[in-house]
Ligand binder design. Structure first.
Ligand code: MN
Length: 282
């Protein structure tokens, strides 16, 4: 009896409820501000009546109890209090994980992935991060900051918060970031090598970090760093669907409403959210 109960508790932990959390932080952006306004816009697009909320995987992500929503964190979003903001993000994610939930974070600039992984990493041995992005974000420091949105994956790998980091859609590698990737053993699937569905079939716990600028700016202009030659929405969904493993968390970052045109990028972010939810709930 006791063992049965323990197993049930463990199973619940493994397959905890998907829970949205907005993280309105963009002070670590190096070029343009704006992603702090993204969480509400993505929720709005997800709930838009133009769409029915069903994932292409056959899951009703829009159903009343499909996921929980923990709202948005309240942060200073200032340089003076950045260390405090990062600590608050880590604590908020730790609380969700302790409650057995699987967080889906709506950013925010990409710097938030570091404090998120400080909470997620130690709870999952053998964690693989699948990182969709035009950029490697592996800078040791960027314009004097080690918590810039150009640096999160250097911090994550230094602190061994993941066993594997697989980057997909990269198309801006420079010498420094190539050296960093070699130093940390990062597996990079550059945009020119895609599709590479088989490389995303990993085992064990998986965290997906989805930077909206992995998409071609023709599909998603509402971002801070437009990098042509990227994925179509269809290619991104095909790669998301090809992923395997136990999805324990995800983030969608770098949507910048101030750069958007007619909310088209919000609609795309809402679609990506639907498909990540589909993957997590299925
Ligand atoms: Mn990027």
């Amino acid at each position: 009896m006791a063992r049965k109960k323990l197993n049930a508790t463990r199973a619940k932990h493994m397959r905890g409820k998907a829970t949205l959390l907005g993280i309105p932080l963009d002070v670590n952006s190096s070029y343009l501000r704006g992603p702090a306004e993204a969480p509400g816009k993505i929720r709005e697009a997800f709930r838009c009546e133009a769409s029915n909320g069903w994932s292409e995987l056959g899951v009703d992500a829009g159903a009343a109890n499909a996921f929980a929503d923990a709202g948005d964190l309240r942060l200073s979003n200032t340089r003076e209090k950045i260390e405090n903001d990062l600590a608050e993000i880590e604590q908020a994610i730790a609380k969700l994980l302790n409650d057995g939930e699987r967080p889906i974070i709506l950013g925010g600039d990409h710097s938030i992935t570091y404090p998120i992984l400080r909470a997620v990493g130690p709870r999952h041995r053998d964690l693989t991060i699948l990182h969709f992005d035009a950029h490697s974000d592996l800078y040791d420091e960027f314009e004097g900051s080690r918590v810039s949105h150009a640096c999160p994956f250097a911090r994550i790998m230094e602190e061994r918060l993941a066993k594997r980091l697989i980057q997909v859609g990269i198309r801006t590698l420079n010498l420094h970031q190539k050296e960093q990737a070699e130093r940390f053993g990062v597996e990079i699937l550059q945009m020119a090598e895609l599709p590479a569905y088989g490389r995303l079939k990993v085992r064990g716990p998986v965290y997906i970090s989805f930077d909206m600028d992995v998409l071609d700016p023709a599909f998603a202009p509402g971002i801070s760093h437009r990098e042509p030659g990227g994925m179509s929405v269809r290619e991104a969904i095909a790669h998301l669907h090809a992923t395997e493993g136990n999805l324990v968390g995800a983030d969608i970052v770098e949507y910048n409403p101030a750069q958007d045109i007619s909310g088209i990028t919000a609609t795309v972010a809402g679609k990506i959210l639907t498909e990540i939810l589909g993957k997590m709930i299925a």
